[in-house]
Write a protein that binds this ligand. Structure first.
Ligand SMILES: *Cc1c(COP(=O)(O)O)cnc(C)c1O
Length: 226
């Protein structure tokens, strides 16, 4: 067994039932993705539009691609219809655009709204209050071709696991406030995507339903691949 397939197999055995593994393959070549695929992996995460579009034709069509990077508005049209889910919707403007382009293309796009809880200034996402307001004002009712499936978030980039756990707890709590108090009628809002290579066990303990794991599976990223 290759290293990649061993990692996939052992992660699978450790993840509780009902938690989906997205293998984050950004900056890794199609051969590496193929190895994971051969080990049974079907959900892959990419963070750049160009890289995703270049990889798709070289890989089996039953792969579910999760887009997890900051999506520039001028690239939305290119990936509509190509993804199983866009996890990183970080503004209302982007959401409206995804909806408009999906309507034009005659498809429904599944998305997660990205929330910013980490204590870093560079991270994208809705602030918690902004996200709550979005649902309080029931703006989602205007969407015709987008299905909001839940929330996505990242913890602060730190070794302090107390801090990391608090961030994940905040993301999960935000999700529950929306799904049980603010918009309990919102159908199919049931996913919490959080947890990466170094912090996924904590994320799972705090309620993740999707984990996004890259370097633990594929090793260090090669930033030289185009
Ligand atoms: C790169 C990336 C990951 C995976 O990170 P690893 O530390 O390699 O597991 C997860 N989520 C997002 C949003 C990413 O950009």
């Amino acid at each position: 067994m290759s290293d990649i397939s061993e990692k996939i197999t052992s992660l699978r055995s450790e993840l509780p039932e009902g938690v989906r593994l997205v293998a984050v393959s950004k900056f890794h070549p199609v051969e590496a993705i193929r190895e994971a695929y051969d080990a049974g992996q079907r959900y892959f995460g990419e963070s750049r539009v160009q890289e995703l579009l270049e990889k798709i034709p070289h890989l089996p069509s039953d792969i579910s691609w999760h887009f997890i990077g900051h999506l520039q508005t001028n690239k939305v049209r290119q990936i509509i219809g190509k993804t199983a889910m866009i996890e990183s919707v970080d503004s209302e403007r982007l959401l409206s655009l995804i909806d408009a382009e999906s309507a034009k293309a005659g498809v429904v796009t599944r998305v997660l709204l990205q929330v910013h809880v980490a204590k870093e200034e560079t991270k994208f996402g809705f602030l918690p209050e902004e996200m709550l307001d979005y649902f309080r004002e029931r703006k989602f009712e205007k969407l015709t071709s987008t299905h909001i499936c839940g929330v996505m978030g990242m913890a602060s980039n730190t070794d302090d696991m107390v801090r990391v756990r608090a961030d994940f707890a905040e993301i999960a709590s935000l999700f529950r406030t929306i799904s049980t108090e603010i918009a309990p009628d919102l159908r199919g809002f049931d996913q919490i995507s959080m947890g990466m290579s170094h912090d996924w066990p904590v994320a799972v303990e705090e309620g993740a339903t999707i984990v996004r794991i890259g370097s633990l599976i594929f090793g260090e990223r090669n930033y030289n691949i185009k």
